[in-house]
Design a protein around this ligand. Structure first.
Ligand SMILES: O=C(O)c1cc(=O)[nH]c(=O)n1[C@@H]1O[C@H](COP(=O)(O)O)[C@@H](O)[C@H]1O
Length: 234
C-alpha cells in the first residue's frame, strides 16, 4: 500500500520543482520528472531530487530505433532512477533492446515500463491512427508484447487495469496516469478514473499531477488521497 502515488513534477523550472517537493514527504510519495522539466534541469536536477530522498520516475517515453533507445535507457539507469519508460509501439526489437541494456545494472536497474496507449487518447483518436481493433484490445496486446519482451509493466489507464492484471498477471506492474478525484477537472485526459476506483481495479502506481499541484493545498490533497487509498484493499 505504501507510496502508491507518483506526483508528476510538470514544472518549467528546476527551482520550482525543488521548492514544491520540499513541501512533500518522501515517505509518502514518489515523483515523476517528465520531458519539460528534464529538458530544463537534466541530470543535476535528478541528483538534487535524489539528495532529498525521493525516488524518481524518469518519464521520457523513449520511442526510437532499438540502438538509440537502449542507450537512452542505459543513460537513465546511470542516473539511478527508480523507473523509466519507453513506448510499447516502438516494437519487439526496441523493447528487447531496452531490457538488455539495463540487465548489467542488476538489482540497481530501474523498473522498465512501456506506455501502451496514452491516457489522453480516445477510442476515436486511436481509430484515426489506423488502429482498427477496440482500444482495450490494443492496450492489452501492447501489454502482452511488453511482458513477452521482459518489461516490468506498462503505463495504461486504470480503465484497462483489471483486464491486464487478469490476462497478463498480478505481478505485472500497472502505472496509471489519468487519475482524477471525483468532480475535478479532466484537462486533456480522456480515459480517467478516481484514485479509489484505480486501486480497486488493481493499479500499482497512480500518477497524479494537476489535481495535486493545482489544488489550493497540495500537501493536504496528497495526504487525503494517500490516506483514502491506503485503507482500501489491493
Ligand atoms: O507516462 C506517463 O507518465 C503518462 C502516460 C500517459 O499515458 N498519460 C499521462 O498523462 N502521462 C503523464 O502523467 C502525467 C499526468 O498529469 P496530470 O494529468 O496533470 O495528472 C503527465 O505528466 C503526463 O505526461
Amino acid at each position: 500500500m505504501n507510496k502508491r502515488i507518483v506526483v508528476a513534477l510538470d514544472f518549467a523550472q528546476p527551482n520550482e520543482a525543488l521548492k514544491f517537493i520540499d513541501t512533500l514527504d518522501p515517505q509518502q510519495c514518489r515523483v515523476k520528472v517528465g520531458k519539460e522539466l528534464f529538458t530544463a534541469g537534466g541530470p543535476d536536477l535528478i541528483a538534487a531530487i535524489h539528495a532529498r530522498n525521493f525516488e524518481v520516475f524518469l518519464d521520457l517515453k523513449f520511442h526510437d530505433i532499438p540502438n538509440t533507445v537502449a542507450k537512452a535507457v542505459a543513460a537513465a539507469a546511470e542516473l539511478g532512477v527508480w523507473m523509466v519508460n519507453v513506448h510499447a509501439s516502438g516494437g519487439e526489437a526496441m523493447l528487447k533492446a531496452a531490457r538488455a541494456a539495463i540487465e548489467p545494472y542488476g538489482e540497481k536497474a530501474p523498473l522498465l515500463i512501456a506506455v501502451t496507449v496514452l491516457t489522453s487518447m480516445s477510442a476515436e483518436e486511436l481509430k484515426q491512427l489506423g488502429v482498427q481493433r477496440p482500444l482495450q484490445e490494443h492496450v492489452l496486446a501492447l501489454a502482452k508484447l511488453s511482458a513477452q519482451c521482459g518489461l516490468d509493466g506498462v503505463v495504461c489507464s486504470a480503465q484497462e487495469a483489471e483486464l491486464i492484471k487478469t490476462e497478463v498477471g498480478r505481478d505485472f506492474i500497472l502505472v496509471t496516469p489519468g487519475i482524477r478525484p471525483a468532480g475535478s477537472a479532466t484537462h486533456d485526459q480522456q480515459r480517467i478514473m478516481t484514485p479509489q476506483q484505480a486501486v480497486a481495479a488493481g493499479v500499482d502506481y497512480l500518477v497524479m499531477g494537476r489535481p495535486i499541484r493545482e489544488s489550493k493545498n497540495p500537501v493536504a490533497t496528497l495526504s487525503a488521497i494517500a490516506d483514502e487509498i491506503s485503507s482500501l484493499a489491493h
